[in-house]
Design a binder for this molecule. Structure first.
Ligand SMILES: NC(=O)c1ccc[n+]([C@@H]2O[C@H](COP(=O)([O-])OP(=O)(O)OC[C@H]3O[C@@H](n4cnc5c(N)ncnc54)[C@H](OP(=O)(O)O)[C@@H]3O)[C@@H](O)[C@H]2O)c1
Length: 245
């Protein structure tokens, strides 16, 4: 049904913040953007209609990790690979909570944070590779990281460690892919601090770093997600076309 799109983008967390900005930036007649999140963003659907762009929303809660493989399989099976030139998976969905010393975090919030931030991108990566193994197209996986993956912070141990692990995961799989005939190109991108719902949660939470996040906002240090999205799209095309040209 989406047979005419040359460039396919699967974006998690596409309903708001950076994921929504990336979706808007990528919509065109030549692309197919598949946005995965729990809630729909009707403005993006409308924009896609106005631009005659190919867009589909896939409702999924990525903390429900046992469903991820089947969800990705359905997405890939719905496409005609002979019409596709490139396919890119952008693992963007994440949660910054819980904000607490680890002994004050509930097991449920720890588990669901790790599932969304780490297990889901790992499973999506694995499934993406399996399902597109026979595709003779350029394949790219972008994992959205954070400075928090490098710099430890009190009351953010679950987020920081999930991002550090995602960085390491990406490096390991990139090493595996070097030996492949049609390797999947993997990269991590740290988008920097942006004015999104995630930052608002950080500013409004009751923990020691909230004042730091408020100050960053007041002093104008938060980038617009649209600006970051534009740079990420350029980086993806440079990486994709540069390495494989
Ligand atoms: N904002 C920053 O300053 C900053 C800095 C460094 C790195 N980052 C990274 O940038 C990425 C985007 O962050 P953001 O600021 O745009 O975040 P955001 O505004 O909070 O948006 C998060 C997105 O993830 C989706 N999501 C949340 N829980 C989900 C679930 N269980 N299943 C499926 N989707 C889910 C949300 O959609 P639904 O609620 O509809 O599911 C939403 O679309 C993240 O990886 C973040 O770690 C952000």
């Amino acid at each position: 049904m989406h047979g005419m799109s040359k460039h396919v983008y699967i974006i998690t967390g596409a309903s708001s913040g950076l994921g929504a900005a990336l979706s808007r930036e990528l919509l065109s007649e030549e692309t197919l953007v598949l946005g995965i999140s729990r809630t729909v963003n009707k403005e993006i659907q409308q924009l896609a209609q106005d631009l005659k762009a190919n867009y589909a929303f896939i409702a999924a809660d990525l903390t429900q990790v046992e469903r991820i493989e089947a969800t990705l399989r359905e997405i890939i099976e719905s496409m005609d690979s002979s019409k596709v030139e490139t396919i890119t998976l952008i693992n963007n969905a994440a949660t910054v909570t819980p904000f607490n010393p680890i002994e004050a975090c509930s097991s449920d919030e720890i588990v669901s944070s790790i599932q969304l931030n780490l297990t889901a991108p790992i499973l999506l990566t694995s499934s993406f590779m399996k399902e597109t193994a026979n595709w003779t197209v350029k394949r790219v996986i972008v994992n959205i990281s954070s400075g928090s993956g490098q710099y430890p912070a009190s009351s953010m141990s679950v987020y920081c460690s999930s991002k550090a692990a995602l960085n390491m995961f990406t490096k390991c799989v990139a090493m595996e892919q070097k030996k492949e005939g049609n390797p999947v190109h993997l990269l991590t991108i740290d988008p920097g601090m942006m004015n999104t719902g995630m930052q608002q949660i950080a500013r409004e939470s009751d923990f020691e770093l909230a004042a730091y996040f408020r100050k960053q906002n007041e002093e104008g240090h938060l980038a617009k997600p649209e600006t970051v999205a534009r740079n990420i799209v350029l980086e993806i095309s440079r990486h994709r076309d540069g390495t494989l040209a």
